[in-house]
Design a binder for this molecule. Structure first.
Ligand SMILES: [Zn+2]
Ligand SMILES: [Zn+2]
Length: 591
């Protein structure tokens, strides 16, 4: 592990500032004095635009000798500090700056943290996209939503074993297991050496679709000699092996029995096609009809069954409007909202706001997912609301209703052991996951100096001899607010935080613009700050304060100055009285 990372970076940045020709003059100087010297090898540079020190918005940029390509372009979900932000995507500044070098983008799998930012990227940059069939199907849905399905984006469907050329790079796809079908790892070849990026993976010896991760290929590449590996760190803290997806099927079978005559409601990730398949299979066996609730779920099921990744027997799936025709014991509702997302179908059910599904004590709810770190509160809120309505709720700690899609320690070690990389960069995780993964690699005999824990905005250079953080690139968070909107400015964010914490006080008055006399007001309205009836005294003080300002400005033509003075004086007054700082909004209407 590189503990002197900062220091290395500073040195590296200084080096970066030197003229680009430095390398060559160095070389010729050696030639002049005729020392036998190997030409300095051109490094592969890997720039991280997302996915490090977070679980989300994965995006990695590879560069060799002026040729570039991108792996993944995902989104992240906002933390609770980000008011009104729907999701977060990477900052594309660095990509746009290098748009002439970028040959294309290749995608590991169809999860939102890997494809969710893609439509926004493709609006800015028309580059060819390479993805496996299901991933491509899910991406096409997004392109259509963003009106990018006009042929301006070239989609290339590829499969494990295929090679994709990006200038000097050759990228080979390798099959892996994960919680969505058609996930792949990449073997990335360039004259600098072979790099493996695992993508999100686990080792599932009994996967639902019968295709196990291609361990033999990883081993063969390992024997060929791998310069560097970038590997999934999500579960690096968890000992042992991850459970097989088939395990969830077994749990479901027994829970279907336990549910007896109750109606089943199962919340899961929309993209977990294998899990949806298992629910459908058991539903068919037990004579229940399946109802889908949630737009993303309907979309994934549609794409999945069109492309043959989901097998739905005739007559099992019914529309949500049909549920009244069946008794509870003949129904399974599969729903989105396993993360407690406020607008999701499950949340609406829990809050009795769902138009079609009303929760009763005869409901048996299974949350077939684990809260993503940070979502625990919202998930438990939904569980509590469901319990209040009398439903029985099963969630992960009670039965094995969820298995992870990410490799645990023994699997990560197995991967390290097969690939035997010279250099190692743990990716896809928070700092604690990256550090844990790094120490696993150390335990496997990779020297500390050969392991780099990188960060978003770092560029890592790798040659056959060395690995180091070699510079920084612009990287950050771009907030996406509502459908199709680009960027929520920091001012808007600040205002929302302000309003959310302290509320709003509006002071209105009417001024005669000809004479500068106030002819009405001040009136005071507050929202989210104090309830007016309970704070009459304070409201009167606000009015007096505003009236004083208006008096002192009587006859003025400078309405802006009145506005500012009212704002300042009232803010100060409110802070003195309440130690809070609501947003003060003076509305002076000129007539
Ligand atoms: Zn994933
Ligand atoms: Zn991921």
């Amino acid at each position: 592990m590189q503990n002197n990372k900062k220091e290395t970076l500073e040195k590296a940045v200084v080096r970066e500032k030197k003229p680009a020709s430095e390398g060559r003059s160095h070389h010729s100087r050696y030639e002049k004095i005729k020392l036998p010297q190997k030409a300095p090898s051109t490094p592969v540079k890997i720039a991280f635009l997302g996915g490090l020190n977070e679980v989300g918005k994965n995006m990695t940029l590879y560069e060799y000798n002026g040729d570039m390509f991108i792996v993944d372009c995902g989104l992240a979900f906002p933390d609770t500090e980000m008011f009104g932000v729907d999701f977060v995507i990477p900052d594309f500044t660095y990509v746009e700056r290098n748009k002439d070098k970028i040959k294309g983008i290749i995608i590991t799998h169809g999860h939102e943290d890997h494809i969710g930012g893609l439509a926004y990227l493709l609006k800015a940059l028309k580059i060819p996209v390479y993805a496996t069939r299901l991933t491509a199907g899910l991406i096409e849905g997004k392109l259509a939503e963003h009106k990018l399905d006009d042929g301006s984006v070239k989609m290339n469907v590829v499969k494990p074993g295929d090679h994709v050329k990006f200038g000097a790079f050759d990228v080979e796809l390798i099959r892996v297991n994960h919680s969505i079908p058609d996930s792949v790892a990449f073997a990335i070849r360039s004259p600098a050496g072979l790099i493996i990026q695992t993508g999100d993976f686990k080792i599932d010896t009994t996967p639902i679709d019968g295709g196990m991760i291609d361990l033999a290929r990883f081993a063969a590449l390992g024997n060929e000699g791998v310069l560097c590996m970038l590997s999934d760190s999500t579960n690096a803290e968890n000992p042992g092996f991850s459970q097989s997806e088939s395990k969830v099927g077994e749990s479901f079978e027994s829970l279907f029995q336990k549910a007896g005559n109750k109606r089943l409601i199962i919340a899961t990730f929309a993209s977990n096609i294998h899990r949806v398949q298992q629910i459908i299979n058991i539903a068919e066996k037990t004579g229940r009809k399946v109802v889908l609730s949630g737009r993303s779920l309907e979309h994934v099921v549609e794409v999945g069954s069109q492309l043959g990744y989901l097998n739905i027997p005739d007559g099992v799936l019914i529309g949500i409007d049909m549920i009244k025709k069946y008794t509870d014991d003949k129904l399974v509702i599969i729903t989105t909202g396993s993360q407690g997302e406020p607008m999701s179908a499950l949340s609406r059910m829990a809050l009795s706001e769902h138009r079609k599904v009303e929760i009763t004590p005869n409901d048996y709810v299974i949350i077939s997912a684990k809260p993503i770190p940070g979502n625990e509160k919202t998930v438990y809120r939904v569980i509590n609301e469901l319990l209040k309505l009398g439903a029985e709720v099963i969630y992960e700690k009670m039965y094995e209703v969820h298995v992870s899609g990410h490799a645990c320690q023994e699997e990560l070690k197995l991967m390290l052991g097969l690939v035997k990389p010279k250099f190692f960069i743990p990716v896809h995780g928070e700092q604690k996951h990256l550090r844990r993964h790094a120490s696993l690699a150390e335990g496997m005999g990779i020297p500390t100096k050969n392991i780099v824990i990188s960060d978003n905005g770092y560029e890592v250079s790798i040659t056959s001899e060395s690995i180091a953080v070699s510079g920084t690139v612009p990287a950050g968070k771009v907030f996406v607010d509502g459908y199709g909107v680009g960027d929520v400015g920091s001012v808007v964010m600040r205002d929302r935080r302000h309003l959310g914490q302290d509320g709003l006080v509006i002071v209105t008055a009417v001024i005669d613009s000809a004479s500068g006399e106030f002819i009405s007001g001040p009136e005071v309205v507050s929202r989210g700050f104090v309830y007016v009836r309970e704070a009459e005294k304070l409201i009167n003080e606000i009015k007096e304060c505003a009236a004083d300002v208006m008096d002192s400005f009587s006859g003025t033509s400078d309405v802006g100055a009145v506005r500012n003075k009212i704002k300042d004086d009232i803010s100060r007054l409110l802070y003195e009285r309440t130690k809070r700082s609501p947003m003060v909004l003076p509305l002076i209407i000129e007539v």
